[in-house]
Design a protein around this ligand. Structure first.
Ligand SMILES: [Zn+2]
Length: 198
C-alpha cells in the first residue's frame, strides 16, 4: 500500500483511539461560531497514529515520511534500512518472491513490518517520555500499517523473529493498486468517523 492510504487508515485508527479513550479537546474559540462546549478528538492522538502508520515504510527506498520530512526523514530512513539489513541477515524474512527484488529483498517488508518491531518502537517512545496514550496510538497506527499491507502479494511475517515466513492471505493484490487501496482507505475513514461521532 502507498503512503497516503496508509496515513488515512492511520488517522482512522487515531480517531477510534481518541474516541475509545475519551481523549477529546475543546474546540478553540472562533469569531464566526460559538464553540463553547464543543469537543474534537485529540489531534495529537491522531497525529501519533498517522506517524505510526508511516514508520514501517521507512525501510523502503522511497517512502512518504522520508519525502515529507526534509532532513529527519532521510536520516530516519537510513537508520531503519541499516537496522533492517542487519536484523534480516540474522533472522531473515524468507520469501522466494523477495529474491526477485534485487538489492532490496532483505530490507523492505522485513523486520520493520512485524508486530515485534511495532511493540519495540512504541515501548522505546514510552520509555523516552511519550505519554502512554500517545505511545498506544503510535503502536495502533503502526499495527494498522501491517494489517493494511497483509493482503499484498508478499504477505507479512507476523511471528518474526520466532517464525520468519511471511503469511500470505487467500485474498491479495499487488501493493499500490489504487483501485482497491484508495477506496479501502476512504471507507475505513468513513466508518471510523461515523463510529466516533455517533
Ligand atoms: Zn509497508
Amino acid at each position: 500500500m502507498k503512503g497516503i492510504p496508509h496515513a488515512v487508515i492511520g488517522a482512522s485508527c487515531g480517531l477510534l483511539v481518541a474516541h475509545l479513550t475519551s481523549r477529546q479537546v475543546p474546540v478553540p474559540a472562533l469569531p464566526w461560531i460559538d464553540t463553547h462546549g464543543l469537543f474534537v478528538p485529540d489531534p495529537q492522538i491522531i497525529s501519533l497514529a498517522i506517524l505510526g502508520s508511516l514508520i514501517p515504510d521507512l525501510d523502503a527506498e522511497h517512502s512518504l515520511l522520508k519525502g515529507i520530512a526534509p532532513v529527519l526523514g532521510p536520516m530516519a530512513s537510513r537508520l531503519v534500512r541499516e537496522t533492517s539489513t542487519v536484523l534480516n541477515l540474522v533472522r531473515p524474512v524468507h520469501n522466494p518472491f523477495r529474491l526477485a527484488i534485487a538489492g532490496d529483498y532483505l530490507i523492505h517488508r522485513g523486520a520493520f513490518h512485524t508486530p515485534v518491531m511495532a511493540s519495540l518502537i512504541a515501548l522505546i517512545a514510552w520509555k523516552l517520555g511519550l505519554d502512554a496514550f500517545w505511545s498506544m496510538s503510535l503502536f495502533i497506527g503502526y499495527l494498522s500499517h501491517l494489517v493494511s499491507d497483509a493482503p499484498n502479494t508478499l504477505g507479512i511475517a507476523w511471528f518474526w523473529p520466532m517464525y520468519c515466513w511471511p503469511i500470505r492471505l487467500p485474498i491479495r493484490w499487488h501493493s499500490g493498486n489504487n483501485w482497491i487501496e484508495q477506496p479501502l482507505a476512504v471507507l475505513t475513514l468513513a466508518c471510523a468517523s461515523y463510529y466516533s461521532w455517533s
